[in-house]
Design a protein around this ligand. Structure first.
Ligand code: PMP
Length: 431
């Protein structure tokens, strides 16, 4: 595969941006090699600056659930561009989007639109702290909630421990109020609440985790979490930045039947544009400024072009009853074929799949939390990743990321993935 133009762009990028990228995981640090620079995208396909085509299994880390440049989304954006790009003042579409969200998502009475998942999560935590008058928050190892200081914790510690910043520049005093415990570990959760429940303002969780690969909640984990939060007056925040409008129209709250007090959104909500949100019941959301004292603001929040793309995306998802079952079937088919090929070539793998999220771990062990994800063979993932890239399939460039399936993937693309997997696993088995 000729990637000369990508190499040239990567070198230009490195001289003007840190590491040559605008978000670290794009740099291929976890898999080695040089990132591909892209030029265009359509449906299930990406095209790089050298003209190579790749079948996309990341979909911009989740947002492009309908595939790239869906005609109805493009048209909604174009129409909005003829009206206005930004007002920095109230406009009609943001009300229409908020109304749709509140009618779709269980328990949502009010939302505040923001521009990134990071903003949504840090704002939700601020509301929870204000509502409870407590400072301590709990997150789970391997869950990611954006790059705000309070979330940047050493995520590898399996034990119950106060945090150590995982990035220079994060004050120890800020993460001192963040407790990290293992995901899917009911005992740790129970004993933490027994000891310190009265101090905990909020628990923030990815109900179906997607930042250590795809790791669904085990039976009993979310119900226990809900019950403990109720018992101790703690605000339960579901971070549905990945899962919102992706697993089902009502997100993980709908598929798991567990209700959160506050929910954060991003990715699919903006249909490929920078748009995110947090929301919940009125009693909590009325604390947000200017209705209440909790300050939160954004110059481009509820950006009309992003909101137009979001409305078009949600409407397409709402009006296509089969879309979620089709996405689920596509993800299942990918896992099924991966297993068949892995077995054929004698390479042990574990796949996790939930709706249109999935991941592959080179291990025989069940992957249920960060520790078990980290015990998988990341060296093998690197080889697999580059093999698939050479075969024209673009996977997330890290073993600890979820793959995202789009509705643009059909039987023909499934066959292509299967044949790429066959070629790559065969070569790996011969090494
Ligand atoms: N929460 C989750 C679950 C995420 O996956 C991400 C981003 N991958 C974020 C929050 C942060 O979103 P953003 O990158 O838009 O700030």
């Amino acid at each position: 595969m000729n990637t000369i133009q990508s190499e040239l762009w990567a070198s230009r990028a490195r001289s003007v941006s840190p590491g040559g990228v605008n978000s670290p995981v794009r740099a291929f640090t976890a898999v080695g090699g040089m990132p591909i620079t892209f030029a265009t995208a359509e449906g299930a396909w990406l095209v790089d600056v050298d003209g190579n085509r790749y079948l996309d299994l990341i979909n911009s880390w989740g947002p492009m659930i309908l595939g790239h440049r869906h005609p109805a989304v493009v048209s909604a954006i174009e129409q909005q561009l003829h009206r206005a790009m930004s007002f920095g003042a109230p406009s009609t579409l943001e009300v229409e989007l908020a109304e749709r969200m509140c009618s779709i998502v269980p328990g949502l009475e009010q939302v505040r639109l923001v521009s990134s998942g990071t903003e949504a999560c840090m704002s939700a935590v601020r509301v929870a702290r204000a509502a409870t008058g407590r400072e301590t928050i709990v997150k789970f190892a391997g869950c990611y909630h954006g790059h705000a200081d309070a979330f940047l914790m050493s995520a590898g510690s399996g034990a119950l421990a106060n945090g150590v910043p995982s990035s220079p520049g994060v004050p120890v005093s800020v993460v001192a109020t963040t407790i990290v415990i293992p995901f899917n570990d009911i005992e740790s959760l129970q004993s933490l609440f027994d000891d310190r429940g009265h101090e905990i303002a909020a628990v923030i969780v990815e109900p179906i985790a997607g930042n250590m690969g795809c790791v669904p909640a085990e039976p009993g984990f979310l119900p226990t979490l809900r019950a403990l939060c109720d018992m101790h007056g703690t605000v339960l925040i579901f971070d549905e930045v990945m899962t919102g409008f992706r697993l089902a129209l009502g997100g993980a709250q709908q598929t798991t039947g567990i209700r959160a007090d506050l929910v954060t959104f991003g990715k699919v909500l903006g249909g490929g544009m920078p748009l995110a949100a947090f929301g919940g019941a009125k009693n909590l959301m009325n604390m947000v400024s200017p209705a209440g004292p909790v300050y939160q603001a954004g110059t481009l929040s509820g950006h009309p072009v992003a909101v137009a793309a979001g409305i078009a995306t949600l409407d397409l998802l709402a009006n296509e009853p089969e879309v979620y079952s089709n996405l689920d079937e596509t993800a299942r088919a990918i896992c099924h074929r991966l297993h068949a090929r892995a077995e054929q070539h004698g390479i042990p793998i574990t796949t996790n799949q939930y709706g249109s999220m999935l991941s592959v771990h080179f291990t025989q062990e069940r992957v249920i939390n960060l520790d078990s994800a980290m015990r998988a063979d990341v060296g093998r993932f690197r080889i697999f990743f580059h093999g698939m890239l050479n075969q024209g399939v673009y996977l997330p460039p890290s073993a600890f990321e979820s793959w995202f399936v789009s509705a643009a993937i059909t039987g023909a693309e499934l066959d292509l993935i299967d044949s790429a997997v066959d070629t790559v696993l065969y070569a790996m088995s011969a090494d």
